[in-house]
Design a protein around this ligand. Sequence first.
Ligand code: ATP
Length: 496
Amino acid sequence: MTDESKNKVDMNEIVSLCKRRGIIFPSSEIYGGLGSTWDYGPLGVELKRNVKDAWWKAVVQEREDMVGLDAAILMHPKTWEASGHLESFTDPLVECRFCNQRFRADQIWRVEFVGQDGKPVHRTTLGTSQKEVIESFREEARRHQPNGLFSVKGLTELTEEDYRTLRCPSCDSVDSLTKSRMFNLMFKTFMGPVEDEASQIYLRPETAQGIFVNFENVLNSSRRKMPFGIAQIGKSFRNEITPGNFTFRSREFEQMEIEYFVKPGTDEEQLKSWVEERFQWYINLGIKRENLRIRPHGKEELAHYAKACYDIEYSFPMGWSELEGIANRSDYDLKQHTQYSGRDLSYFDEETGERYVPYVIEPSGGVDRAILAFLVDAYYQEEVRGETRVILRLHKALAPVKVAVLPLSRNEKLLPMSQEVYKSLKRHWMVSYDDAQSIGRRYRRQDEIGTPLCVTIDFQSLEDKAVTIRDRDSMEQIRVRVEELKDVLHQKLSEE
Ligand code: ATP
């Protein structure tokens, strides 16, 4: 597959590869699945660990101004009052009175064309933006009218009369959609044995607040000076109205978040520098530049706490969508928590004698969305000697299995040496051992999961104590002495 045809990667191919090879499964599948949560299988869990490790290495280990944190998912309910989530973490919802399906009101559109007979034709469709809907109907509108005249309106722009002509996007009933109401996305539960209002708590919808409420603890215990940041990876939960597009939008997911505290006045410059750094992180891990873009938020789009925000977007099979958001949260959160907790969350600068409430730059990415982008970007199909080879060209740091040890056949004579090589390499990397079926099929199996290197032991190996290393991308093979094998593999795995 060439780069131009890359955008044609079908999400179904990725979903099916993930299921077939134990990367990602629908959660509780034997009960029909939950539809909005996913389980990472034996290879997926390695991939996920590698993505998180690469992030941690870049934002904590290699920087001098960052520390880590692992805060609890269940937090004091006042947290969510202070953060504004109780009041504002909502999406507009409409429901079909017939099939009870729920939709995000801002994703329903009424499209109107001039039909062949000159009379208006209308459709109800789902789409994340007006632009996307216009694009998807352009062709059809042209077929009816050469000048392609048509209108696309969101629910808030419709007259009462037009609203009644809408069809349910799921069951197609006419005039069945309720009026839009605000729906809070936080999952509620109860803490302790009594299920009353006083014991009601929430599953965190973002990891960020765990960082803000620990600002003072981290500052006092690690004697940090401004600017400095706290990084955290952890689960978040959102009762999304329309989960979908595989793991892109689920109700339980993992976030990788940084709250970077800066002196007010330096915030704009720091925001710019984080946007560049985070963009580069994806490129360094192999994502093609043309599949990434930075999109500044318009004023009307900004969250209640944000002064400015940039999204890093990836060209997913369903279109350009957010991979990570980098926001300037100003001093909103620390001030709110000061007000609600009564604790002074300001910072005293000993050098200048100034006291201020720091501003916060927040690069906030999703582990699952990053994994999905890495998978989509690495997915290729190639014709090799009349056969289709599926290959995941994952960055070596991300590949779930680094090396596969493949004895040429199951012949007993090859077993001791093959096992010895396997066991010695296993101490250094995730290594798999495969002796089932032909060597060609075994190479294909490794290509499909992105294993960068295969080591083959053949009969000659017993004589000359040398093995063959085969490269996933170039399919080139080199012969290496067993005593040098570890060093050669190490060098190859650290090459960019
Ligand atoms: P969206 O606009 O797509 O709903 P958001 O702007 O609400 O996302 P943020 O609150 O900025 O998302 O969350 C930070 C990151 O967490 C997102 O960039 C994304 O990678 C991830 N994320 C957010 N919601 C989900 C979800 N429902 N499923 C998977 N990942 C998510």
